[in-house]
Design a protein around this ligand. Sequence first.
Ligand SMILES: *[C@@H]1O[C@H](CO)[C@@H](O)[C@H](O)[C@H]1NC(C)=O
Ligand SMILES: *[C@@H]1O[C@H](CO)[C@@H](O)[C@H](O)[C@H]1NC(C)=O
Ligand SMILES: *[C@@H]1O[C@H](CO)[C@@H](O)[C@H](O)[C@H]1NC(C)=O
Length: 404
Amino acid sequence: MTDTRQDVLIVGFGAVGILYGWVLEQSGSVRVTAVARSNYKAIHEQGVQLESAKFGKHAWQPYRVLQDTHQAADRDYKYIICTFKHLPDINPTKDILGPCLHRSNCFVLLQNGIGIEEPLQAVVPNATVISGAIWIGANLNDSRRVVHNDLEQLVIGRFKGEKRGPNHQTILSQMPEADADKLVEELAQLLRGGGSNTKDVSNIQPVRWKKNLWNATFSTLSTLAGEPMSQLMRDENVHFVIPIARRTMLEILFTARTVGIKEEELPAAAVDEQLSITLEQFGDIQHANEQRRGEDDEAAAGRAAFKPSMLIDYENARPMELQCIVGSILQRAREFGLETPRLDLAYSVLSVKQRKFVESSTHHKPTARMSTELAQRFARSGVSDSPVPSGTPLNLPPTPTTKV
Ligand SMILES: *[C@@H]1O[C@H](CO)[C@@H](O)[C@H](O)[C@H]1NC(C)=O
Ligand SMILES: *[C@@H]1O[C@H](CO)[C@@H](O)[C@H](O)[C@H]1NC(C)=O
Ligand SMILES: *[C@@H]1O[C@H](CO)[C@@H](O)[C@H](O)[C@H]1NC(C)=O
């Protein structure tokens, strides 16, 4: 019997990649090629173990597991799905996908942050880039075990360009809209067919900004404090933390407004809503160690200990997703001359650490790339060579490796 399933490539086989790979194969019409980097050996030899409150317990071996995108470039794919950590300051998506860029006309980015689509769209002008925001409680344990609770929501939509500053050239897909829409619809159907709670929307950017409102605020505050969310939300701390968090969120909201995201799409009330949810989830934990919303002991303990992954990266001296979560907001704010003092502070302090992590990460030789990338970006915006405004020009050393 011939295998009529469609080929889908998943690059980055962490918790999210594994979970959505499994979901796609459950649809019955997809076979998954996975590119696993650090956990290749474990998955190749032993397969994946899924332990999910929503999907159940399953052992799974994807159709193919490969070590890199060179090996994966042997065929065409209906979709190429990116689920690796988004670190454009080390390894831009287009470099990671390199050998496979001509192997699909549809790229799906299931990653954090803002502004992750355009650099890829620029190198695949005829393809569609689908962008997704995920709410999921899943972790990878021992390289091949995914532990997942019952939270799983995915919102997808295609990249339709972004409103940017006056010196920025908008990049759009050349694919006819009807064809592109069909690709989004089909992907949503496959995912739903495999059991996922996937919604497709015509305008994905407001959804991304809304998700990033929390990450740009609380992932950074928690990382700067070096403490889990429950510590930030303790009674003794919360009166200092909440006003700063609210103003930080307003900086993000105002930036969203300048890039054209309207009140109907991302209401200002989202700020207080996110603050209330955060307080409700993480507040008052040391006094009332009570379980909430029918959770068990383990879930309550997990919530009390919850750290955003930015903090976990920081603690492990690994590069953080600082650029896509905070840097890209600052970049847009600068393009429109908007002030974001609290985000600037968070970014500048965390960048100091980020540079150290990037330089000492043995897999990459990133310093030059990081500086060039940053320098080019801000040269293009024509405002400053730094995402953080410095007022009167100072006599600073030149950014290394800048080509002018
Ligand atoms: C995009 O499609 C056009 C027209 O079919 C073709 O001329 C061009 O080479 C394609 N570009 C890329 C990068 O594939
Ligand atoms: C992984 O799972 C094992 C067995 O359930 C557990 O003992 C261990 O603490 C887990 N490790 C992490 C990092 O969660
Ligand atoms: C972003 O926020 C979610 C919670 O909404 C959290 O699980 C995740 O770890 C955060 N990501 C980063 C990079 O901090």
